[in-house]
Design a protein. Structure first.
Length: 208
């Protein structure tokens, strides 16, 4: 892949994806589940949404000792992003979350559910796009300004996870102003209580 098709500051040892990568072990039923749009899934990635490097966000190394991800990188707004804006899809390795395949992803910090009922998740640890650099808001600011949201990808006719700017009023997003994300501000989500509970369990096990 040419340099113009890979975002600046992309890690050289991690393959960059412009669409999801699917595990060969996925069953036919799991694949069909992803290609079936739930009746209540109203959020859509439009067919004209551009693939490849995102024009709305930039990967920037973090050099702030007070930041939990100091020495790593984060995703920052390239311009002002209005409330509710689709920033980019979350690409990675789409895999079965059922044993034995789940064992390869148990310790990943980049693994998100796609379809719990079908047992399908997407893991961006070893391959993905800019969305893998979205950090948790804890220790950075008072509240998140973005969220992971399940949606329907009209380009591939299947379910997909994506990153959106929080709508006005959600989680108190409008209290700091009119909402949205300012140019140059870090895009931050909530990883959820489940993520941090799992992280604590792993730390407790390691400490024993």
């Amino acid at each position: 892949m040419g340099k113009d098709l890979i975002p600046k500051n992309w890690p050289p040892l991690v393959p960059y994806l412009s669409q999801p990568s699917f595990a060969p072990h996925l069953t036919q039923a799991q694949r069909e589940s992803l290609r079936t749009r739930p009746t209540d899934l109203s959020t859509v990635i439009p067919s004209h949404f551009q693939r490849g490097p995102c024009s709305l966000a930039r990967i920037i190394p973090i050099k702030d000792p007070s930041h939990p991800a100091n020495g790593q990188a984060g995703l920052f707004a390239a311009r002002y992003l209005e409330p509710g804006t689709l920033i980019l899809p979350y690409y990675g390795f789409v895999h079965s979350s059922l044993p034995p395949h789940s064992l390869d992803h148990d310790k990943s910090d980049y693994d998100l559910w796609l379809d719990r009922e079908a047992g399908v998740a997407v893991d961006a640890e070893k391959a993905g796009n800019e969305a893998r650099f979205v950090n948790d808001y804890r220790g950075v600011c008072e509240r998140p300004n973005a969220e992971f949201r399940l949606c329907w990808d009209a380009r591939s006719s299947q379910q997909c996870m994506a990153v959106f700017v929080l709508p006005v009023g959600k989680n108190g997003a409008a209290k700091a102003g009119a909402g949205g994300i300012a140019k140059g501000a870090e895009i931050l989500v909530s990883y959820g209580k489940g993520f941090w509970s799992k992280r604590k369990e792993e730390q407790d096990t390691t400490a024993r």
